[in-house]
Design a protein around this ligand. Structure first.
Ligand code: ADP
Ligand code: TRP
Length: 328
């Protein structure tokens, strides 16, 4: 039987943080190790152009994500690792897909509205087109499983709608892709508000952070008196407890919860323990990163071969769609 396919990607907007790792990359790793799946993982450089970016540093920014991928354990022997713009078939399919969605549907997406709010000067066609290109990224491989964080769900909904519409109108055979969720599908910000995000200073811990930096970042996370009748369910303390559960286990979290309603929590101790646990998880990733940083010819080769493999699959599916649509 043919293997099921997986596709995922991350924009080149900076170094990866714990949210990206736990929400997206950890799912990519799980599926990479499952022999039932064929996995395609890219850097979404074309999607990077939808918000303000620096053309002078884009190549380096792309390389940073590739290094973070390889450091985290994405393995070119098991996964096809590539840069989105090196497989132009994505763009061609995206144009064909744009015939199957309305402008109004795109304008109503919460992800679109948020970005316009964030960058009022950046309300471009490219931004509106974002979910169409993302649907093409996935469906050009007929992937049906997509490891991403929960914030990407509205985009997957669009991809499913496009697949259905294309199948209905043109008799194509696209699967309806589903999100592959992980335990860390929503990592809260250290600031106590919203999700951990590259674009919010003070909200994140990067995969490349050493113990001292992790401690500094955690030190700035807001807390309270450490004592009370009920444990907060939102805000800085709740977020720290979520991280405790992810890195030190459920039992440790329960211990702190008991302390909160009893003798009180010492946040300096909590933060110290959490910093160490995070550092332990990140150390092997950082060791692996060094090896790839020192061997840029190897990284070039991985990306070249990745693009070649991806293009072969993408071209076949694009051709079939063009045939179904009467173009060839
Ligand atoms: P950021 O918001 O930091 O710019 P991206 O939008 O580039 O992150 O997201 C890249 C991937 O990481 C996506 O799959 C996204 O769902 C996931 N992700 C980002 N932030 C988080 C988070 N705080 N918790 C879980 N997953 C996240
Ligand atoms: N939208 C994703 C993000 O912000 C990046 C992305 C682009 C992606 N194309 C994709 C994710 C295809 C999964 C599948 O992180």
């Amino acid at each position: 039987m043919a293997k099921k396919r997986v596709l995922s990607g991350i924009r080149a907007t900076g170094r990866l943080h714990l949210g990206n790792y736990l929400g997206a990359v950890s799912g990519m790793l799980v599926l990479q190790e499952n022999p039932e799946y064929e996995t395609f993982y890219m850097v979404a450089d074309l999607h990077t152009l939808t918000t303000p970016y620096d053309p002078q540093t884009l190549k380096d920014d792309i390389r940073e994500v590739v290094l973070d991928y390889l450091a985290a354990g994405l393995d070119p022997e098991k996964s096809t690792i590539f840069v989105q713009s090196q497989v132009p078939e994505h763009l061609e399919l995206a144009y064909l897909f744009s015939t199957a969605v309305s402008i109004a549907r795109m304008q109503h997406l919460p992800t679109y509205k948020d970005k316009v709010k964030q960058y009022p000067q950046g309300n471009t066609m490219a931004l509106l087109y974002y979910p169409v290109l993302m649907a093409a990224d996935i469906l050009v491989y007929r992937a049906d499983s997509v490891p991403v964080g929960i914030d990407q769900e509205p985009h997957l909904e669009v991809a499913r709608e496009i697949a259905r519409k294309m199948n209905l109108e043109y008799g194509t055979n696209f699967p309806e892709p589903k999100r592959f969720a992980t335990k860390g599908e929503y990592i809260p910000a250290l600031t106590g508000e919203g999700k951990m995000s590259k674009s919010v200073e003070g909200s994140f811990i990067n995969l490349t952070d050493g113990l001292e930096t992790i401690k500094k970042r955690l030190a700035a996370a807001p807390t309270d008196s450490g004592k009370g009748e009920t444990v907060p369910e939102k805000g800085g303390v709740a977020n720290l407890l979520s991280l405790v559960e992810l890195f030190e286990g459920k039992e440790k979290r329960e211990e702190y919860k008991k302390a909160y309603t009893g003798a009180g929590i010492s946040y300096s101790e909590l933060k110290e323990g959490l910093a160490k646990a995070i550092d332990e998880e990140l150390k092997p990733i950082q060791e692996r990163r060094k090896k790839f940083e020192e061997n840029s010819a190897l990284v070039d080769k991985i990306l070249q071969e990745g693009a070649k493999k991806a293009r072969k699959v993408a071209r076949e599916n694009l051709e079939e769609t063009k045939k179904a649509m009467g173009l060839i």
